[in-house]
Write a protein that binds this ligand. Structure first.
Ligand SMILES: [Zn+2]
Length: 260
């Protein structure tokens, strides 16, 4: 079907008019509500670098940031952290242990962190999830506890499948500035054939992020006093190993962050 030329020109004029209309509308909206200024990526990056993250390992992705491949923060949460950080800088408050509080789970939640498993998660990963819960629950001398719940509404953290043809096995949110556990753990179905003991290591590792642990083999975050600065078999190293239990450093760090 063809249109005569006159119709074509008037359609073009209509289109131009429409574009002008839309662009003026959206401009007006921005002026009126002023709600969503462009996130200050530079400032957020400065904050993350000040926390020890390498700028090259920080990727802004829509409404969140992915750090060191598998640690996630939401932008609203990051904005909160930046605001607190700036206040602390201005008031000269020493940025020591208080800052770590924003990374860990409050006592309201940390005795029973509830994980919900999305129905699409395959059985082999479910086994690893149950194993990871058992691993953390087996650490003595800590108030930390975890469980799997059948009802998503009552859960703190949702575990679901994603897919990317890249080298992250799973990735997780850190606790937010609200001190709740990280909101999701995403498993990359690209690794569905990973051996069971590495699946178990990977999930135990991701649960460590949801309760506030950074990577042992990198320098971000605050070193937990008394724990080894080098711990090659730590569950919080960023490279997966066959599961062989927590190191004494992992156990000590958990007892320090979540004392009984
Ligand atoms: Zn990690």
């Amino acid at each position: 079907m063809k249109q005569p030329n006159g119709g074509y020109i008037s359609s073009v004029i209509c289109l131009v008019a429409l574009i002008l209309l839309f662009s003026s509308c959206s401009k007006k909206d921005k002026e009126l509500n002023g709600l969503s200024p462009t996130p200050n990526v530079k400032e957020m990056t400065n904050y993350l670098v000040s926390q020890g993250f390498d700028e090259q390992h920080i990727v802004f992705d829509k409404d969140r940031v992915v750090i060191e491949s598998d640690i996630i923060m939401t932008l609203p949460d990051l904005e909160q952290r930046v605001a607190t950080w700036k206040r602390e800088q201005q008031s000269g408050v020493p940025q020591t242990e208080q800052r770590r509080n924003t990374y860990i789970v409050s006592n309201v939640y940390n005795t029973n962190i509830k994980f919900y498993i999305d129905p699409a998660v395959p059985a082999s990963w479910r086994t690893a999830i149950q194993g990871a819960v058992n691993n953390w629950n087996a650490i003595n001398g800590t108030r930390l506890g975890m469980s799997i719940v059948a009802n998503q509404a009552s859960a703190n953290t949702r575990i679901f499948m994603g897919f990317e043809s890249s080298n992250w096995i799973a990735r997780a949110y850190l606790p937010g500035s609200d001190s709740k556990p990280g909101v999701t753990v995403e498993i990359n179905s690209n690794f569905n054939n990973l051996e069971a003991s590495k699946k178990l290591f990977a999930l135990t590792h991701e649960f460590g992020h949801t309760i506030g642990f950074h990577h042992t083999n990198q320098t971000s975050g605050v070193l937990i006093p008394g724990t080894p600065s080098v711990d090659p078999n730590s569950v919080m190293n960023s490279f997966v190993l066959p599961w062989n239990g927590f190191t004494s450093g992992d156990i000590l760090a958990t007892q320090i962050l979540y004392p009984q």
